[in-house]
Every structure is written in structure tokens, then in C-alpha cells.
Design a protein. Structure first.
Length: 135
């Protein structure tokens, strides 16, 4: 794993959270993006070499909606950048980690993503991210 790629934070309102994080970080988000497959809208802030991803549910059945209903707003996942997501998935699977995806799927911010079950990471949902090459 190369680095902490981003920290995902579940929020009830992107508009409200954007205002707070603009004040906190002293800069505006660089991107808003709808991720239809996950039923969320995202907002990204750059903070040094790491990004903050705010996630607002657009679907009452989405993972983010369920997370907020159960735990409230807050840190949802920790994402690590990887060079080769398939190789990293195999390595972690071989070590006994439970992957929530059999194949990488397209996520926000032009990334291939895969999640590791929180039960294997002391209650933390871990995301692997690899840049999708420009075609």
C-alpha cells in the first residue's frame, strides 16, 4: 500500500458539511461527484497528500444511509492507495481478509475500489483504491 488515499466521512448534508470543512481546512472542495452505484453524492477536499471524502446518501437503502442510521455521522472508511488493486486483493485474501468485492469496481474520483470487511480490521471499513488509467 502506497499511502492513505482518503478518509471517508458519512454526512447527512454535503452542503452543511462542505461549509464546515471549508472553514476547518481553509479551502473549498475540489470536486463533487454522484456515484450512482453506491447511491451517494461525494465531495472531496485536498489536505496535504491526503483527501477527505464527504459522503451523503441519495438512497435510503445505501450503505451510507444505513451507517448514519446505526452510528450517526462520522468516519465511515479509511482508504489506501495501491499500485495494483487485483494483486493487493489477492494478497489480502490469501492472508484471510474478507473482501466485500470479488472484483474491483469503479468508485469516485476515477478510482478502482475494493472494500475489506470491518470485522477483519478492528471495526474499520478499509478501502483499496487504484487510479483508473486515462484511456
Amino acid at each position: 500500500m502506497k499511502k492513505v488515499e482518503h478518509i471517508g466521512i458519512a454526512v447527512k448534508s454535503i452542503a452543511d458539511a462542505d461549509k464546515l470543512y471549508e472553514q476547518l481546512l481553509g479551502s473549498a472542495p475540489y470536486k463533487h461527484e454522484a456515484v450512482e452505484s453506491e447511491g451517494v453524492t461525494t465531495s472531496f477536499f485536498q489536505c496535504g497528500d491526503t483527501k477527505i471524502e464527504l459522503l451523503e446518501s441519495q438512497d435510503p437503502n445505501s450503505a451510507i444511509s444505513k451507517f448514519i442510521a446505526k452510528r450517526g455521522e462520522g468516519i465511515h472508511h479509511l482508504a489506501f492507495g495501491v499500485e495494483d488493486i487485483r494483486a493487493e486483493m489477492k494478497r489480502l485474501s490469501d492472508l484471510g481478509f474478507t473482501l466485500l468485492n470479488d472484483e474491483p469496481k469503479q468508485g469516485a474520483d476515477n478510482k478502482w475500489v475494493c472494500f475489506i470487511h470491518p470485522k477483519d480490521c478492528h471495526g474499520v471499513l478499509v478501502e483499496l483504491c487504484q487510479d483508473i488509467p486515462n484511456s
